[in-house]
Every structure is written in C-alpha cells, then in structure tokens.
Write a protein that binds this ligand. Sequence first.
Ligand SMILES: Cc1cc2nc3c(=O)[nH]c(=O)nc-3n(C[C@H](O)[C@H](O)[C@H](O)COP(=O)(O)O)c2cc1C
Length: 194
Amino acid sequence: MNPDSPLPFLDFLQQRRSLPARLLVEPGPDAEQLEILLTTAIRVPDHGRMTPWRFIRIAGSARAVLGECLAAALERDDPDTLAPILDKERGRFSQAPLVIAVIGIVTVGHRIPEVEQRSSAAAVCFQMLLAAEAMGFAGQWLTGPAAYHADIHAALGLAGNEEITGFIHLGTASQQVPERVRPQLGPLLSDWQP
Ligand SMILES: Cc1cc2nc3c(=O)[nH]c(=O)nc-3n(C[C@H](O)[C@H](O)[C@H](O)COP(=O)(O)O)c2cc1C
C-alpha cells in the first residue's frame, strides 16, 4: 500500500460502528454469507495457534427458545424479578435475524497465558463486526446476564473451560442512530519516560 495516498480501508475503519440489536432486521447473512463472514473472522492473531474459540449459531426459532431459557433461569434465581426485565431478556435473541455466540476456550496452565487466549477470542468478535459491516450488514456485540448464566452455558453445551466471549447479533440496519461520543486520543497516549 502506498502510505501517501488515502486508503479507503482506513476510511472504513474510521467510520465503522455497531448498531443496537433492536434495529437489526432481515435479511441477516444466509449460510453462504455466514461462511464468508466467519472465515474472515477467524483470521485473527492467535498466540501459539491454539484456536481458542468456536461458534454456535442461534437462528430461527432457536432464538426464542434460548430467550425463554434465559428468562426462566433469571426468574428462578429471583422470583421477584420484574416482568419487563424478564420480557427484555426473553426477547434478547429474537431481535436480530441471527445471533452467533462466540465461545472462548480457555486452557488453564498452558504456556500461552489465559489473557492472551481471551484476547484472541475478543479479536474474533471484533473481526466479525468488521466483516459484517464490510458485507453490508450491521451488528452488535452483546453479553448481558445470558453470557454468564450457568443455565445458558448448559443449554448451549459449553464445556467447563469454555465461556461466552460475546453474542454477535447480526442483520441489516433498519435505521441509523446518532454517532456516540468517541474517546479523544490525547489523554490516552503518553510517552514512556525512561
Ligand atoms: C465484551 C462486550 C460486551 C458488551 N455487552 C453489551 C451489553 O450487554 N449491552 C450493551 O448495551 N452493550 C454492550 N456492549 C457494547 C456494544 O457492543 C457497543 O460498544 C456499542 O453498541 C457501541 O459500539 P461501537 O463503538 O462499535 O459503535 C458490549 C461490548 C463489549 C466489548
């Protein structure tokens, strides 16, 4: 690449953004598009080539079933949970046409520190957002109680060393939202003073 000429890809990176899941509508990626998206997403740095991640597709009617499972789990935990909160969680996976759970696989005691394994899984999540946007879709990376609840882990069949790095909600933008306030670089950068 020529460093003297403006790079369209840099423009893309500077303008990229997420879209709230409630604004994601059909069409979502079809099977072929999802394969492209995920093949792109797994092209991330991965120290030790551990491949410390995998995906679970939550599509169609499975979305409502998982939402029901989440609402039931939360109500069991606290029977006083307010109905609007349960309703929100019940509908959590049914907003966007497609949800991909990114599962981080953490190998304890490996020469590659756990934080590095988790970092690679996080990179996959972000690369999914980039790939989705580059393909004309929109997405949002969400966790919420679903990501940490043992019942959801069991429902999704997670092993003991697996965790939910993120639910990536994918679809087409029904509308745009105002840009959020972005951090200013200034205070984030310092010179190391030896
Ligand atoms: C690990 C992780 C988990 C997140 N979970 C949530 C969440 O549960 N609810 C939420 O409103 N935003 C959550 N977010 C924030 C949104 O993904 C995102 O930051 C926001 O939509 C703006 O994104 P943008 O900076 O890509 O435009 C999470 C972000 C990360 C990195």
